[in-house]
Design a protein around this ligand. Structure first.
Ligand SMILES: Nc1nc2c(ncn2[C@@H]2O[C@H](COP(=O)(O)OP(=O)(O)OP(=O)(O)O)[C@@H](O)[C@H]2O)c(=O)[nH]1
Ligand SMILES: [Mg+2]
Length: 503
């Protein structure tokens, strides 16, 4: 302010003083004595000194700000269901466990919705088989090992079970209404088709067997913050922690958990029914490998006082449509502290155009390739193999000039499902022709894929001193994931410090 004042005074000096009332007001009085003049000059000198000190401090702070490291920006990328949001959850669990656990009530509803979805999938498959409308499996090099049960194999007991489980349709409605307010555009986007709707189909290409779930829509969420607020009604009181079951309003008679609890025995019966298992196998529907699979924990999850565990939250499936962000501060030693921003975007094909604006000023991309998807198709396009889509996406990203200075980290994810598929004798070479006659075991396949992704990276990063980082991951396993994420954080931070010439 003093600075401005001085400046103004200087300006008015060269103007016509008589015309400027301010200049006139601050002019020394014509009757000023020599003592008064000396005192005024001393005051002005002191004001000048203080003003200079302030300017100096402002400049010093500006320089400091220039030197301080910018926030580390990390973007999670990969196709839909690759595990991006699960990675973000792991970051949250690691850096702000209290906030992560504070959201148990919201995740409780998502887990309930996931279980209802699995039941509905089975019921739809059952209905198709009963009505004899299930898609005949076309001839292909890979024959179905289990013949599909005939409509007559569907017993009266199974049909009664189907009837008794119809109320779950209402549960789905209630949960969806809670998730997205009725009438909003999002509600339409998330509404699932009726229980006897379009059948789930299994597709086969010439060299690729693929499966897609056509019109079986997923629950989608536009903003994590908003949908969590929508579950406020399940919260009896705002507390610091959700570790206490008392935080969920279990007495609410409209709680969807009540109907789920009443249906629990029937759900278990349905899931363990021999004909149902035979039907699913004939249709090559491996529910246990699908996102949001909880049918092996029905009793626990349908208990009236069910509260999701950390593990349940990591397994719960909610498709991302908007962008989520997680901010945290990482302390390196006692001196340095770094702000981090991790961005999670939707991986569905129609949402990928929204990725590019995040490429600017990015420190690292964590790319998730769910390698268990070698025998699956994209939900959005049943003609595209998931693994092929991941490889093409990776190729595009590593050759993008905007990302030439961005550290790329590759997670070959869902290796637990890959191992389960190999145990079930599904052959990798039946879907990836170039794999040839190599052994159908986990190590050989993981090595083959590391080389495949690695060679695409090296093609476009020749002469780059940076190491190619690749990890095999199970994002639903918090323990192993956290040590990998700590490694990645250290590495990205080191690169960031080198880039900002602090070390
Ligand atoms: N078994 C297993 N499941 C996983 C793994 N990683 C993620 N999942 C599950 O896969 C599902 C999909 O994961 P998300 O993190 O929602 O996938 P996404 O990449 O965010 O998908 P979009 O939001 O559609 O782009 C969730 O139910 C996760 O719990 C894994 O390594 N193993
Ligand atoms: Mg997501």
């Amino acid at each position: 302010m003093l600075h401005m004042f001085r400046h103004r005074r200087f300006t008015v000096d060269i103007l016509d003083k008589d015309a400027d009332p301010l200049a006139k007001a601050i002019e020394p009085p014509p009757t000023e004595t020599p003592e008064e003049r000396a005192s005024r000059l001393a005051r002005e000198a002191e004001a000048q000194r203080r003003s200079d000190a302030i300017d100096e401090e402002i400049n010093r702070q500006k320089q400091e700000m220039k030197k301080a490291p910018k926030p580390v920006r990390v973007l999670l990328l990969g196709q839909s269901e690759s595990g991006k949001s699960t990675t973000l959850k792991n970051f949250q669990l690691m850096n702000s466990p209290k906030a992560f656990r504070h959201e148990r009530a919201s995740w409780r509803a998502v887990v309930q919705l996931n279980i209802v979805r699995s039941v509905r999938l089975i019921l739809e498959t059952l209905t198709e088989a009963y009505e004899g409308s299930s898609t005949p499996t076309p001839s292909s090099p890979i024959e179905a090992r289990v013949p599909s049960p005939t409509p007559t194999a569907i017993t009266a007991e199974l049909l009664r079970l189907r009837m008794r489980l119809l109320p779950l349709q209402q549960v789905e409605e209630v949960l969806l209404r809670k998730l997205t307010p009725a009438g909003s555009a999002e509600f339409e986007a998330t509404h699932l088709s009726p229980i006897n709707g379009t059948p789930y189909r299994t597709f086969r290409g010439s060299s690729t067997q693929i499966s897609g779930n056509g019109k079986f829509k997923e629950i989608t969420i536009n903003s994590t913050a908003q949908w969590k607020i929508a579950f406020g009604k399940l919260v009896a009181a705002a507390r610091d922690s959700f570790d206490s079951a008392a935080d969920i309003d279990f007495e609410d008679p409209n709680d969807p958990g009540v109907v789920l609890n009443a249906c629990a025995d029937d759900i278990v019966r349905l899931w363990h029914d021999k004909t149902v298992r035979q039907l699913l196998e004939a249709q090559r529907l491996r529910l246990e490998d699908m996102s949001g699979f909880f049918l092996d924990s029905v009793e626990r999850i349908t208990a009236l006082r069910y509260v999701p565990t950390d593990d349940d939250i990591l397994r719960a499936r909610l498709k991302t449509v908007g962008v989520s962000e997680h901010k945290f501060t990482l302390r390196a030693g006692n001196v340095l502290s770094h702000d981090w921003r991790v961005f999670d975007v939707g991986g569905a094909r129609s949402l990928r155009a929204a990725w590019a604006p995040y490429f600017d000023d990015l420190d690292a991309i964590i790319f998730l390739a769910p390698i268990s998807g070698f025998d699956e198709a994209l939900a959005e396009d049943p003609t595209i193999n998931k693994l092929e889509d991941s490889i093409l996406l990776w190729k595009h990203l590593v050759s993008n000039p905007l990302l030439k200075n961005t550290q790329m980290v590759l997670f070959l994810n869902k290796i637990d499902i890959l191992k389960a598929k190999l145990r079930a004798r599904i052959r990798f070479c039946d879907f990836v022709v170039s794999y040839g006659t190599r052994p159908n075991d986990y190590d050989s396949i993981a090595n083959y894929l590391k080389k495949k992704f690695g060679s695409l990276y090296k093609q476009t990063h020749q002469g780059d001193a940076r190491v190619f980082y690749c990890h095999c991951t199970v994002m639903t396993d918090a323990q192993t994931t956290q040590s990998i994420l700590i490694n990645v954080k250290d590495m990205v931070l080191r690169q960031n410090l080198v880039a900002s010439s602090l070390v």
